[in-house]
Write a protein that binds this ligand. Structure first.
Ligand code: NAD
Length: 402
């Protein structure tokens, strides 16, 4: 019997598992994750801002594991030893594999900016999102004791998809934050410092301006064209003027880091040919150096033949890669040649709080409540793809308010 080992129970890992479990055969699966739950990484900003509790965006991994075919092991992957076909784990003995699926996900990227790791809050998993929410509440309470305005100030570093969605949720929570601090909502100050001058380049200009207008309407102050140069305790240091390289400082007790992500450190530790934790895979999603190792999701880079650049890492592509990997593993198990992965993005949708969104599906733009509704449909589809109907009905978004 062949052993298939899947590392990571995110969008990519669980969609592989689900597709493989449907086709029981002469193989056994071991799924490894450091947590005993799956979380929806696309909704971390909601837990961080406090619009939903962590239970809303998580479910137990065991609920999707068919124990007749699969063993779930809760452990942390330390290293992959491709020569021995083994996975080194923190607490268990090394796992042997015949086929390996590496789907270990993302981590925060600081680009070596000084003080970012120590003085800004990252938002990469449930633990860090809950930590942000606890921090926010603690700072608001500190304001009550000290009346120091820095405790009412938030800075989001980077206005990519993650930063924009986080800003929307933070702005939506202003009335609740104000209550905790005992102030008026207008006194809660939310800033974003972003290096680029044109925000949301994946959307057309009209849509991007719609998002900017909505955020500004909610009182968010967007500082664009201002690359962050360092983070000191409770202070963001950024380049204020491109010509003079003049630096400016912004003081705030809550500084959240959303300037981009890289793949898991395990990729580098294991000697894969990686760049920022991502490995350029072949067209069948296998590591070019190992014919029994698939690398998918945020640790993978897949070339988009149309743009000549790798596809951006999204939940959408991760789910598709998982499904396709199961298909190719089944082909290999049947001594058939692997097939080529193809991907056509169905578009992108971002939320600004719970009831406003913006999206581009092909040449069609959608904004406002319809886009927010579309985002909820997409989230429900993702839930169904990893957790099945049970999780979709238990944790899905079916009403106006979450
Ligand atoms: P990102 O790389 O898309 O955005 C990071 C932003 O930070 C960029 O705008 C960049 O200019 C800015 N930045 C980088 N360094 C900076 C500095 N020193 N100073 C100031 N600004 C700086 O990262 P992300 O938003 O974390 O997204 C990661 C991936 O996940 C992307 O591919 C994104 O499309 C995807 N994602 C998708 C959705 C969605 O589809 N709704 C939501 C979240 C994330």
């Amino acid at each position: 019997m062949k052993e298939v080992v899947i590392l990571g129970a995110g969008y990519a890992g669980l969609s592989t598992l689900k597709a493989l479990q449907k086709k029981a055969g002469d193989f056994h699966i071991t799924l490894v994750d450091q947590n005993d739950y799956h979380y929806e990484a696309t909704a971390l900003h909601e837990v961080a801002a406090g619009t939903v509790p962590k239970e809303k965006i998580t479910y137990p991994i065991k609920e999707v594991v068919n124990t007749k075919v699969t063993t779930f092991l809760q452990d942390r992957v330390v290293k992959i030893n491709t020569d021995k076909q083994e996975v080194e784990l923190e607490n268990n003995t090394a796992l042997k594999y015949d086929y390996l699926v590496v789907a270990l996900g993302f981590r925060s990227e600081t680009f070596g900016i000084s003080g970012a790791e120590e003085n800004a809050l990252e938002m990469v998993n449930i633990e860090s999102a809950v930590n942000i929410n606890n921090h926010i509440n603690a700072m608001l309470k500190k304001y009550k004791e000290t009346q120091d305005k820095k405790y009412l100030k938030f800075v989001v570093c980077g206005a990519g998809f993650t930063g924009i969605e986080l800003l929307g949720s933070l702005a939506e929570m202003k009335p609740k934050y104000a209550k905790v601090a005992g102030v008026k909502p207008e006194e809660i100050e939310i800033y974003c410092v972003e290096a680029a001058t044109r925000l949301l380049p994946m959307f057309n200009e009209k849509l991007a301006n719609f998002a900017i207008g909505k955020l500004e309407g909610l009182g968010v102050k967007l500082l664009t064209g201002k690359p962050i140069k360092g983070i000191k305790p409770e202070t963001v240091v950024y380049q204020d003027n491109a010509e003079t390289e003049e630096l400016a400082e912004l003081e705030a007790a809550t500084i959240i880091w959303t300037t981009g992500v890289s793949g898991s450190f395990v990729m580098g530790e294991s000697g894969f040919a990686e760049r920022r934790g991502r490995v350029m895979v072949g067209e069948d999603l296998r590591d070019p150096d190992h014919e029994n190792v698939y690398i998918i999701g945020d640790v993978s880079a897949v070339m988009d033949p149309e743009s000549g650049r790798p596809f951006p890492t999204t939940a959408q592509i991760a789910l598709k890669m998982g499904d396709f990997t199961a298909h190719n593993i089944l082909r290999q198990l049947n001594n058939q040649a692997t097939e080529t992965f193809t991907f056509k993005s169905q578009g992108s949708v971002a939320s600004i709080g719970n009831t406003i969104g913006l999206g581009q599906v092909g040449n069609t733009s959608v904004k406002g409540y319809p886009a927010s509704f579309l985002k909820k449909i997409i989230m429900n589809k993702s839930l169904a793809a990893t957790g099945g109907m049970k999780q979709m009905f238990a944790k899905g978004r079916f009403d106006l308010y979450h």
